[in-house]
Design a protein around this ligand. Structure first.
Ligand SMILES: NC(=O)c1ccc[n+]([C@@H]2O[C@H](COP(=O)([O-])OP(=O)(O)OC[C@H]3O[C@@H](n4cnc5c(N)ncnc54)[C@H](O)[C@@H]3O)[C@@H](O)[C@H]2O)c1
Length: 360
């Protein structure tokens, strides 16, 4: 397998190392020569022990085009769609675009979906938790808990850790993170929670999210404009009602979810070292399963999934472009709902565009 990674930043290094663990060939590209040098001299050896000389480093303009099985787009969200559309011309077998797929303005998102379908290229969105062993276990356990009553997912984590991993940034104002319109803030950065909620709603047979009521706590200070707290009430097309909370202020972090059914419940808690799944069925004691892992395992698992999709062993459902577009529609609806102070409905027939959002 041959992988080209666009963006030699934090996620670019994670994906490059995961690919090397699977014995893939890797080329990393960036528009910034300082990012390439930082990867070689600091990020990669700092995280994984030493630089891997088998990895090719190239400026975006000098990088080889074509001949890659997978192109990964690991740049800031406001460049994802344009780079993914350009990557279609290289005819890879798959494009893995980082989350969130795009900013909540949804520019060209529908065009990406249409062009990828025309070319027959699999586009996947990097919501890696959805393909983690713990989440597979949660999905497998859903039939035990009977008809679903409600669903909650929270990704609450102070973003100090992100800035520790990016010592070259002084704070949110220095990157997309400080600007919700560029895909930052709690709504974009922790959109794993919206995505997992949707993923589980589909697994429960509850369908897509059609109604979004949101409140955001927004910081506008010294040029930044981002939500630090994003609270969502969601309803699906088959009437499942539940809640998503995402924030960049909670410490210690809580990445958690719970599905309550008529016959029992399933809960999960995710962390850097261990993911935990607990099941209660009937009046019995809870059954707890622990999934030990390391941070690199998150991305190795994700690339194994990509390999499985390309080999026809797995479907791409959990991290498909279709699901990534649904997440973007919910995220865009959340911003509109918070701005207008009323719930927003999503009309999927209009595609992934702002026209799909309307008032209830
Ligand atoms: N799935 C996860 O757990 C996870 C973890 C970290 C980051 N991410 C996502 O990855 C994306 C990037 O985040 P990051 O933390 O790696 O950012 P970063 O700032 O560390 O790195 C981004 C890199 O992209 C480069 N770049 C910008 N425009 C480019 C272009 N047009 N072509 C090539 N390179 C370009 C920048 O120079 C920079 O080096 C974001 O969408 C983020 O949400 C996901």
């Amino acid at each position: 397998m041959k992988l080209k990674v666009l963006g030699a930043g934090s996620i670019g290094n994670h994906l490059a190392q995961a690919a090397r663990c699977l014995d893939w060939d890797v080329c990393m590209c960036d528009i910034d020569p300082a990012a390439l040098e930082r990867t070689r001299a600091e990020i990669y050896p700092g995280r994984y022990g030493s630089w891997d000389t088998a990895i090719e480093l190239a400026s975006l303009t000098d990088a080889p085009r074509g001949g890659f099985d997978v192109v990964a787009v690991g740049t800031p969200p406001d460049s994802h769609v344009e780079l993914a559309i350009a990557a279609l011309d290289e005819e890879p077998r798959a494009i893995l675009v980082e989350k969130p797929l795009c900013p909540p303005t949804l520019e060209r998102a529908q065009e990406l979906a249409e062009r990828a379908a025309e070319r027959g290229v699999a586009v996947l969105v990097g919501y890696n938790h959805a393909v983690a062993p713990a989440l597979r276990r949660v999905r497998d356990a859903l039939p035990e808990i009977g008809a679903p009553l409600t669903l909650d997912v929270e990704f609450r984590e102070h973003w100090g850790g992100i800035f520790t991993a990016h010592p070259w940034l002084a704070g949110p104002a220095d990157s997309y993170l400080g600007y919700a319109k560029r895909g930052g803030g709690a709504s974009g950065e922790h959109s794993h929670a919206i995505h997992l909620w949707q993923n589980l709603a589909h697994a429960l047979g509850a369908g897509r999210v059609v109604e979004v009521g949101a409140s955001l706590d927004t910081v506008r200070d010294g040029g930044v404009d981002y939500d630090r707290l994003c609270l969502l009430n969601l309803r699906t097309e088959r009437g499942l009602l539940g809640r998503v909370v995402q924030d960049v202020v909670t410490s210690p972090p809580r990445k958690w979810g719970r599905i309550q059914g008529e016959a029992g419940s399933v809960e999960f808690a995710l962390s850097a070292e261990t993911d935990v799944v607990r099941r209660w069925v009937g009046t019995g004691d809870p059954v707890e399963e622990r999934f030990a892992k390391s941070r690199p395992d998150d991305f190795i698992e994700e690339l194994r999934h990509v390999e499985g999709v390309l080999a026809g062993r797995e479907t791409s459902a959990a991290i498909s472009l279709e699901r990534g577009l649904e997440t973007m529609l919910v995220l865009a609806a959340a911003h509109r709902s918070a701005r207008e102070g009323r719930s927003i409905q999503i009309e999927y027939a209009k595609g992934c565009t702002l026209d799909a959002l309307r008032y209830t």
